[in-house]
Design a protein around this ligand. Structure first.
Ligand SMILES: CC(C)(COP(=O)(O)OP(=O)(O)OC[C@H]1O[C@@H](n2cnc3c(N)ncnc32)[C@H](O)[C@@H]1OP(=O)(O)O)[C@@H](O)C(=O)NCCC(=O)NCCS
Length: 161
């Protein structure tokens, strides 16, 4: 659950972010004037009442778990096998998420090491299905490690071009 003070601060920051969204490249406009990225999301999901906090907004831990799942999908694709989340280096809740929002989670591998994969994730909510409003709600950076059958780090496979 997000403390109110943090949620308010991030909502203020989110308004600043939303002004720059209009200049994002490679995105499509929706009814509300904000944009979804052009690429396919890794995951789309709708939060249910059971995912909300006592105030009725969606619980931050639910969003974190969805982002971890989506990041894990991308990481295991790059690792060609099992991965483990080793670190969440950044996680910013810019706007609240509401029950019934259509959540789209996007991700991009931004760095690879010998065994690790760093992924930048962004989360958008589509609200008001009849007059769609798109809001960027979360940004996060997660690090995954390719692991072997003994759960120890394993070298990433070379990319075939
Ligand atoms: C993931 C795990 C196998 C890594 O084992 P380890 O002995 O710590 O591995 P290493 O120290 O060799 O680090 C492996 C890679 O992770 C990176 N790494 C380790 N800790 C990191 C951190 N805090 N932040 C960013 N990267 C980190 C290392 O830089 C290294 O990257 P590289 O090989 O690309 O250079 C082990 O930490 C683990 O099992 N953790 C629990 C995973 C888990 O259960 N996740 C779910 C959450 S409950």
């Amino acid at each position: 659950m997000l403390p109110r003070a943090i949620a308010r601060r991030d909502m203020d920051h989110g308004r600043t972010m939303s002004q720059s969204r209009d200049s994002e490249k490679g995105s499509i406009t929706s009814g509300g004037g904000s944009r979804l990225p052009m690429e396919d999301p890794v995951l789309r999901v709708v939060p249910m009442p059971a995912d909300s906090n006592p105030h009725g907004d969606v619980f931050g831990g639910w969003i974190m778990s969805q982002v971890d799942i989506a990041g894990g999908i991308l990481a295991s694709r790059r690792a060609n096998g099992r991965v483990a989340t080793v670190a969440v280096t950044s996680f910013v809740f810019k706007e609240p998420v509401f029950v019934g929002d259509l959540i789209s989670i996007y991700g991009k591998v931004v760095r690879t090491g010998r065994t690790s994969i760093t992924i930048d994730m962004s989360v958008y909510a589509e609200r008001n299905r009849l007059k769609v409003e798109v809001v960027k709600v979360t940004e996060a950076t997660l690090v995954f490690v390719a692991t072997d059958e003994h759960r120890r780090p394993r070298d990433l496979p070379q990319l075939v071009t």
